[in-house]
Design a protein around this ligand. Structure first.
Ligand code: FAD
Length: 438
């Protein structure tokens, strides 16, 4: 059996491993300020909302508890994709009448965000490779073929590819190739968008957490530790932290997901195991696994295990046991790369609903755009931009209409509790074991 590199040398981060923190911060808000629109939260959703509003001539304030990009937006795995969260068979069951519109929304989101990167010249190593959902067993491949038919019927630009022909590592038999999107460095993307925002007319306040958002006559007042903002309208772009604001819609549940990055690997060694494609790989397990190459020559992998949230989120490092399990998974999928040492690990909070991304009006003049169920890299900037256009008076866009709700459709709380998330992981390991026996 190949000797496996130990996990002892892994550096754990409570931020992202993609980039360093910004060197300087925008000031915290002190005192009272007025504006047309106050945006709460400076992730991709909030930054895109504020930037578009500013471009369209609105007087905008953005409040960010940490610094812009502190949350999931700079921590994610960097798959810019047209995919909605959730297995297509399940989505068809839950949202049959809307599936075609949702698929169109997903395709447009990927195209929009790739276009935004181009328009703002955001240097984020974007590589338009598309992504592939690849099966590791014949059972998974059968299911993927069925899913592909569902997606195609709903209008998605996907095709089935053979693992060997497509240049996937030997473990991955084949799968659904989604042509839209590709891979990028989300840390650089978030910092690039932050720089564009700081250069705009938006008044950005960092290390300024909104504590309460309350309608007051024709206005909405946002209270922060050192003062308050009086705005005509407010947008909540608070993602997994939404439940901390009383006015935010219920049904947004945070779960923790972790990532691991290895040391650099010689590309010739990857070619030797058949991994010549640069496309990002995702598995169709109940809790997905993702494996990708990075522009710095490393391999990154993640998810496989989700963790339930404590009452207060805060900064946190991934658990050692979860990282060890992710590394075990890496060795299972890449048996001949056992010598490759995992180097660093980090993670972040994902906002979960019943799979659908959502935006809407939570209370009079208080709007929200959150919860892309771990698939928000392309969707968050798109939703934010469409919402901004709506707020400056445009007709509601069809893609915004399809996800517009006063509150998100949510899963029963037990479905995202520790026991259910552990059961999902156990089910996947059992199916892995059964497929190895066949
Ligand atoms: C480890 C990981 C891997 C992922 N991988 C992928 C992927 O490969 N592809 C993909 O499409 N998606 C992925 N996602 C999901 C994706 O990153 C998110 O859907 C997306 O970044 C959400 O953007 P956002 O702006 O809504 O949220 P965030 O980036 O979380 O931003 C919310 C911001 O609001 C701030 N905030 C919260 N409360 C307050 C308050 N009261 N006052 C002021 N500020 C506040 C937070 O500090 C934070 O900066 C992943 C997520 C994680 C964590």
């Amino acid at each position: 059996m190949a000797k496996h590199a130990p996990t002892g040398g892994v550096t754990y981060s409570a931020f992202t491993g993609w980039t360093d923190r910004p060197a300087d911060f925008a000031p915290a808000l002190e005192g009272e300020i007025r504006c047309d629109v106050a945006v709460v939260g400076g992730g991709l959703a909030g930054m895109a909302t504020a930037l578009r509003l500013a471009e369209r001539g609105a007087d905008v304030v953005l409040l960010e508890a940490g610094y812009c990009g502190w949350g999931a937006s700079s921590r994610n795995a960097g798959y810019l994709s047209n995919a909605l969260a959730g297995d297509p068979q399940l989505l068809r069951l839950l949202y049959r009448r809307r599936l075609r519109d949702l698929v169109r929304y997903g395709e447009n989101a990927a195209e929009f965000t790739a276009g935004l990167i181009d328009r703002l010249a955001l240097d984020c190593e974007y590589d338009a490779t598309g992504n592939v959902i690849a099966g590791v067993s014949t059972g998974q491949v059968r299911r993927l073929k069925k899913n592909m038919r569902i997606l195609r019927d709903a209008g998605a630009d996907v095709e089935f590819v053979d693992g060997r022909d497509f240049g996937l590592p030997a473990t991955f038999l084949g799968g659904i190739f989604e042509r839209a999107g590709g891979l990028l460095n989300p840390g650089k993307l978030a910092l690039g968008l932050r720089a564009a925002l700081l250069a705009s007319s938006t008044k950005v306040f960092e290390r300024t957490a909104a504590q309460a958002v309350e309608p007051d006559g024709a206005d909405v007042v946002v209270g922060v530790p050192g003062g308050r903002v009086r705005a005509e309208r407010v947008v909540l772009a608070t993602n997994a932290d939404s439940r901390d604001l009383e006015i935010a819609p219920s049904g947004i549940t945070p779960v923790w997901t972790s990532l691991v990055e290895t040391e650099p690997v010689d590309p010739d060694r990857l070619a030797a195991i058949g991994w010549t494609s640069r496309t990002g790989i995702i598995t169709p397990h109940t809790i997905l696994e993702n494996y990708r190459r990075t522009a710095r020559g490393t391999i990154m992998f993640g998810t496989r295990r989700l963790q339930a949230a404590p009452p207060v989120l805060g900064a946190r490092e991934p658990d050692r046991a979860v990282v060890a399990d992710l590394v075990r998974g890496f060795h299972e999928r890449f048996p001949s790369l056992g010598y490759v040492a995992p180097q660093r690990a980090w993670g972040g909070w994902v906002a979960m609903t019943s799979f659908l991304p959502v935006a809407g009006e939570a209370a009079k003049n208080v709007f929200y755009a959150v919860s892309c169920n771990g698939h928000g890299l392309s969707q968050s900037p798109y939703i934010g931009t469409l919402l901004a256009d709506r707020l400056v008076g445009d007709e509601i866009h069809d893609d915004l209409r399809v996800i517009w709700r006063p509150r998100p459709p949510y899963m029963p709380s037990f479905a995202l509790g520790a026991a259910a998330l552990k059961a999902g992981w156990a089910l996947d390991r059992m199916s892995d074991r059964l497929s190895r026996r066949r």
